[in-house]
Design a protein around this ligand. Structure first.
Ligand code: AMP
Ligand code: MG
Length: 339
């Protein structure tokens, strides 16, 4: 299959027309959002949704997020809309927030990974919402990477993974947030944070009160344990390089890097000039948003540079840093060294 790329910033009408035609006919299209690129298909068409799992090589028990463009589009997807979801939607939608609710009969097991719940998000990206509106369908979409590799933050990375596997990629430039959405479940009370992302735990707690943080956010799941969010049990965001997170100040980090051969540093902006080993930077030390915007690109750059052994500076876990740390511990296979 030939994979066509259309740049929506320069060919807006054509991008909307061709994506709508393919989506309505049950095909899969790579689309830009503010978090990461998504691999989208008609959420009401089980056969179309199955094509997403094939294109990604994704295990079928790992559910997808359904993307909508307007609040009215939510009701047909869920059994009921909890009061707290309405409050959250009012403040954070459109935005990088996915909310889980009991699913309606219209959501197939292919979308929900056989769970009785469905995850829904209204993206902030104007391009993403225009694509949803122009086909007039809710779009089931996971991240547009091959299963197990870092989520793509630009159309080139989608092409690298999906060339020959899907008919169309819509190029909307770089993703603003750079890590996947926050996932929170309202299918239980108090609500449970399953994945940290662009809307922070602190912002949500301020609005709705108590939120339970699922164990899998910061810890490796025990062998055989049941994951609240199936995505958390799979190896994720993993570059080929072997990453160890170093919990220390910069001085101790530098000493470690200097003392070993064949090390690449994954460090903060400005630190690269102070280290003698090869470096890839991922944002400013004090700014979780600049780190999230860079992290997945940095992981792909590490592979492109041929790095074998990588020592990574450890982000703060407050605010946006929690989402960055959550991805980095998975990229490292939970290897953390405290100095
Ligand atoms: P991705 O967009 O590729 O990051 O994948 C969607 C993420 O949302 C995965 O981590 C899923 O496990 C999670 N997810 C989607 N639907 C549900 C659900 N109904 N319950 C729990 N987690 C979900
Ligand atoms: Mg993903």
């Amino acid at each position: 299959m030939e994979t066509v790329v259309i740049n929506i910033t320069t060919e807006y009408e054509r991008a909307l027309k061709e994506s709508a035609e393919l989506l309505k006919s049950g095909e899969v299209v790579g689309i830009p959002t503010e978090t990461v690129y998504g691999l989208a298909a008609n959420a009401f068409d089980e056969e179309a949704v199955k094509k997403i799992f094939i294109a990604k090589g994704r295990p079928s028990d790992n559910p997808l997020i359904v993307h909508i463009a307007k609040l009215e589009d939510l009701a047909p997807l869920v059994r009921e809309i909890p009061e707290k979801v309405k409050i959250m939607a009012e403040k954070f939608w459109p935005g990088p927030l996915t909310m889980i609710m009991k699913k309606s009969d219209r959501i197939s097991n292919a979308v929900s990974g056989n769970l009785d719940t469905v995850a829904v998000r209204m993206p902030k990206s104007d391009y993403a919402r225009a694509i949803i509106e122009s086909c007039g369908l809710p779009l089931a979409a996971p991240s547009a990477n091959l299963s197990g590799s870092p989520s793509p933050t630009n159309a080139k990375y989608v092409f690298d993974d999906m060339n020959g596997r899907i008919p169309l990629i819509i190029d909307g430039g770089n993703c603003e947030i750079g890590v996947e959405s926050t996932v929170i479940s309202f299918a239980e009370s108090p609500p449970r944070l399953l994945r940290p992302g662009g809307v922070t735990l602190e912002e949500m707690t301020e609005l709705i009160g108590e939120i339970v943080v699922d164990d899998a956010v910061l810890n490796k799941l025990e062998e055989g344990a049941v994951a609240s969010s199936p995505g958390m049990k799979y190896k994720h965001y993993a570059p080929r390089a072997d990453i160890t997170i170093i919990k220390s100040d910069f001085k101790a980090f530098k000493k470690l890097c200097d003392s070993e051969k064949d090390v690449t540093a994954l460090c903060f902006d400005g630190e690269d000039g102070l280290l003698s080993c090869p470096c890839v930077t991922y944002g400013e030390e004090s700014d979780g948003y600049s780190q999230s915007a860079r992290l997945f690109d940095a992981l792909r750059e590490l592979d492109e540079s041929g790095a074998h052994k990588v020592y990574a500076r450890c982000p703060d876990t407050k605010g946006m840093g929690l989402a960055v740390y959550n991805r980095l511990i998975r990229a490292s296979g939970f290897k953390i060294k405290i100095l």
